[in-house]
Write a protein that binds this ligand. Structure first.
Ligand code: PLP
Length: 388
């Protein structure tokens, strides 16, 4: 098989070599426990973690004191949603969730619902809305209607992992705060891909994972108290009381330093990545009949992530095209975790039919993708398509 061309950067990104260099000494030479403050080696690790937390906080414009280190976005999201809703001093029992959230959010919402929390799901603008609103972005009127004086938490992601739609988060925050609720934003796909300003965006809680921005897997962050509003969290992992008792367990210096290095490298060069994504789209569109874009326009970087491409084929299923092109890594509009893959809930929520969702594919261009990668990927994809 030819060398794999990786165009699936929404699933994960490779570790940037600068990140690997920064983290390696913390496994071997500097391996002390950062919570051992009785010796210099432990204090050195603690200082490195504190400096890294400062870097991360400054990069996303959040208070360093509000930053918690977790094992990744899934844990951060669990802590944010369960932590707020089950805190003994929380008197509000209602939560709002956008329909196109990642399962890491939807499954927690469903679990909280089973234990008595009321949950409202807010729609997004459909693919063929006919109005000016970008498809896949949250319907702000529906959001305002869903929020009540019993709403404790509103969960809206910053950018969608399937079709890259960027939600109008400043508006979402304004509507949320008017009702006295808190905003939790899953920014897993946004950090490293677009500027994130927790304070200016009005985000109270923010979740992210380092492996989506060229850091390692198994480390993530939660901002809990990004703005002036107080956030009370009930811890989900208890033990040694580390991290203000909110997330116990020995911290991972190599991971934290890697995450700080990765985030400190800054956001991707949007115009370069968008140009490669557009080249992919133009080439495929010229050669593959009747393909149609899913999600917002490609020409406005304020409503769609630069590297994201999602479209539907006329008659072939995404899974079939993937199987026929094993040397290009991309993904389809079905979740292939089961024997009978279910169509993407995101595409269905945008009004696509089951069949359209199954005929959809997603590509994600990344920092190290080259023009030659795009051209070779197109050759392979088109050659495979012609065999159908
Ligand atoms: C939008 C979004 N949220 C949450 C997650 C979960 O991240 P992790 O698996 O790193 O915990 C992902 C990963 O695909 C994601 O894309």
């Amino acid at each position: 098989m030819a060398e794999m061309i990786y165009l699936d950067h929404h699933a994960t990104t490779p570790c940037d070599p600068r990140v690997v260099d920064a983290m390696l000494p913390w496994f071997t030479e500097r391996f002390a426990n950062p919570h051992s403050d009785s010796h210099a080696a432990g204090r050195e690790a603690a200082d490195a973690i504190a400096g890294s937390i400062q870097t991360i906080a400054e990069t996303i414009h959040a208070p360093a004191s509000a930053l918690l280190i977790t094992s990744g976005a899934t844990e951060s999201i669990n802590l944010a949603m369960r932590g707020v809703m089950t805190h003994p001093r929380n008197r509000r029992n209602h939560m709002v969730v956008c329909t196109t959230e990642h399962p890491a959010v939807l499954d927690v919402a469903a679990d909280l619902q089973r234990s008595g929390v009321e949950v409202s799901y807010v729609r997004v603008h459909p693919q063929s809305s006919g109005d000016a609103s970008p498809p896949g972005t949250i319907d702000l009127d529906a959001l305002a209607e869903a929020i009540t004086d019993q709403t404790a938490l509103v969960n809206v992601m910053l950018a969608n992992n399937e079709m890259g739609a960027i939600h109008p988060i400043v508006e979402v925050a304004r509507i949320t705060h008017e009702a006295g609720a808190l905003l939790h934003c899953d920014a897993t796909q946004a950090v490293g891909r677009m500027p994130v300003d927790v304070g200016a965006m009005g985000i109270d809680l923010l979740s992210a994972s380092a492996h989506k921005f060229y850091g390692p897997k198994g480390i993530g962050l939660l901002v809990a108290g990004g703005c002036e509003r107080r956030v009370r969290l009930r811890p989900q992992i208890v033990g040694g009381g580390q991290q203000q008792g909110l997330r116990s367990g020995t911290m991972n210096p190599a991971g934290v330093i890697a995450m700080a290095t990765a985030i400190g490298l800054g956001v991707d060069d949007g115009p370069r990545i968008a140009a490669l994504r557009d080249r992919l789209w133009q080439t495929l569109r010229a050669e593959v009949d009747g393909i149609e874009l899913n999600g917002p326009t490609l020409s406005d970087a304020s409503v769609r992530l630069a590297g994201n491409l999602n479209f539907r084929l006329r008659s072939v299923e995404g899974e079939t095209w993937m199987a026929a092109t094993p040397d290009v890594a991309f993904s389809s509009g079905s979740a292939c975790s089961s024997a009978n893959p279910s169509a993407s809930h995101v595409l269905l929520a945008m009004g696509l039919s089951e069949s359209e969702a199954r005929r959809s594919v997603r590509f994600g261009v990344g920092r190290f993708t080259t023009e030659s990668d795009i051209d070779q990927a197109c050759e392979r994809l088109i050659a495979a398509y012609r065999r159908f």
